[in-house]
Write a protein that binds this ligand. Structure first.
Ligand code: ATP
Ligand code: MG
Length: 467
């Protein structure tokens, strides 16, 4: 295992504290990832300086969690989370310590940390490693091991079991036997963890090289059924002949195959969530899942809302899930391509294609040729180049023009515009103001709108005003 290169500006940061008579260590993920030779994104520091001293010593300090002794020092383009050595006492809610005591030693501070690989400290000037729990040994053994008694540590904070799984998934590590065995008994604690904290860890699992590793650990320990019961319900749901896997294994293979992007990984994981509820087995023993994409979309929406994913993420994922069942063949007319594009949205096509490739890879259990989507891609490019209407905003007339011929604002106007768009998607030639107004007048009665002042004459023009 390599020793850790410390960036010079970080040494300068440490010197400020040391020159003021304090100690300063690099702790947490930076030490762990640095020793593993993985890229280090941000540095956490630990010091015996009280938070007020840290605020005094540096010019730009954000009081991130000052009651817990954490401030963020903005230093030469970095944000260094700096935490005062502390010990924690009494976790009556399994979430946060009842009391945080400062004045602790470095060793006590390391003792309160979750896993041995996260409980090392590096002295930045000398490069000396303080490692009382043999974190380095566990890095070499590739093990996630709780500091101290796993059951106790999980009882203090119900999030820790999921963090164990997150690190195993991110680093490709095993969870040490006693630590793993303590997870099932910690599930009641885990179920009380806030959605926000859960989401942070879940997202890191999703963005690891092989998210299925973490998700399988979640399943095996019973955590999946607690946190994501919709997903757990996909186990054992058998599919049609060309599928190699049951629904859960298919979703796990799909999420592994999806690009490392939160929206795509979520869409790949959730795209068939509605299959258990829609499964019908024919007399020939073959299962079908009629309109499962609609049910999947609704269940995905509920799951993402529950985990408090940002609205934009929820919307994008749900849209992709809802649209994932398209089957292009050469026989598609141009109108069919335009309708597909109107439904999916030109800006979402590549994401939907990425989902399709992940879905296909998750069906056969091997990567699929990305060029398989090129024929549809070329048809789409042609439609886009032709600049034909694909949405309401591209129509030659809008609400104002319809209002002028007597269509009241409201749901009927919306439905009328939607039908005009359908017409134009079928035949772009119809997209002129004159033609669309004529069509609108013709179909107004169908939407319960009586054309004012005498209705529609044979030519499709409104009758002349009568005195
Ligand atoms: P990442 O690379 O995701 O930032 P990290 O190990 O730095 O990984 P953080 O959540 O940033 O994780 O936490 C920093 C350190 O604080 C951890 O390495 C660990 O020592 C400690 N820590 C964080 N969360 C907990 C927790 N729930 N219980 C105990 N210690 C924790
Ligand atoms: Mg960190």
């Amino acid at each position: 295992m390599r020793s850790l290169p410390i960036p010079p500006d970080l040494k300068d940061f440490a010197r400020v504290l040391i020159d003021a008579g304090f100690r300063c260590y690099i702790v947490g993920g930076a030490v762990r990832d640095g020793l593993l030779g993985r890229p280090v994104s941000d540095y956490d520091a630990a010091t015996d300086a009280p938070p007020e001293e840290v605020r005094r010593l540096f010019r730009r300090v954000i009081p991130t969690g000052i009651q817990h002794g954490t401030v963020t020092v903005l230093w030469k383009g970095r944000s260094i989370e700096t935490t005062t050595f502390r010990r924690e006492a009494g976790y009556s809610d399994g979430r946060r310590p009842d009391r945080v005591e400062f004045g602790a030693s470095l060793e006590e501070d390391l003792e309160r940390r979750d896993f041995t690989i996260n409980a090392m400290a590096l002295e930045p000037l000398s490069g000396a490693l303080v490692d009382p729990h043999d974190g380095r040994g566990d890095l070499a053994r590739r093990l996630v091991r709780a500091v101290g008694e796993a059951a106790e540590r999980f009882d203090e904070d119900g999030l820790r079991p999921l963090r164990a799984i997150r690190f195993a998934s991110q680093l490709g590590f095993e969870i040490e036997a006693a630590t793993l065995e303590a997870i099932p008994a910690a599930l009641p604690r885990f179920s009380g963890v806030s959605a926000e904290r859960l989401r942070v860890e879940f997202e890191k699992i999703l963005l690891s090289d092989e998210p299925s590793r973490g998700l399988r650990l979640m399943e095996k320990t019973g955590m999946l059924a607690v946190a994501l019961p919709e997903l757990a319900a996909c186990r054992g749901v058998e599919q049609k002949g060309f599928h190699r896997f049951d629904v859960l294994d298919h979703l796990l293979a799909s999420v592994d195959a999806a690009p490392k992007d939160p929206v795509l990984r979520l869409a790949a994981l959730l795209h068939d969530l509605g299959k258990p509820a829609t499964r019908v087995e024919g007399s020939d023993g073959v299962a079908s899942f009629h309109r499962h994409e609609e049910v999947s979309a609704r269940q995905a929406a509920e799951l993402l809302r529950r985990l408090r994913f940002p609205n934009a993420v929820q919307d994008e994922v749900v849209h992709l899930v809802r649209q994932h069942m398209f089957f292009y063949e050469e026989g598609w007319t141009d109108a069919a391509v335009r309708r597909f594009l109107a439904r999916v949205g030109p800006s979402k096509v590549e994401a939907l294609f990425a989902l399709r490739l992940a879905d296909a890879a998750g069906t056969v259990g091997a990567p699929v040729d990305p060029r398989s989507l090129d024929p549809l891609r070329r048809r789409i490019e042609r439609v886009i180049e032709a600049e034909e209407a694909l949405g309401l905003k591209d129509l030659a007339i809008g609400g104002a023009e319809l209002a002028a011929i007597g269509v009241p604002k409201g749901p009927a106007m919306g439905r009328l515009l939607a039908e005009l768009l359908e017409t134009v998607l079928d035949d772009p030639e119809q997209n002129t103001a004159e033609r669309l107004l004529r069509i609108a007048r013709g179909i107004m009665p169908k939407y319960g709108i009586t054309p004012p002042l005498g209705g529609v004459n044979a030519g499709g023009q409104a009758a002349e005003e009568k005195p």
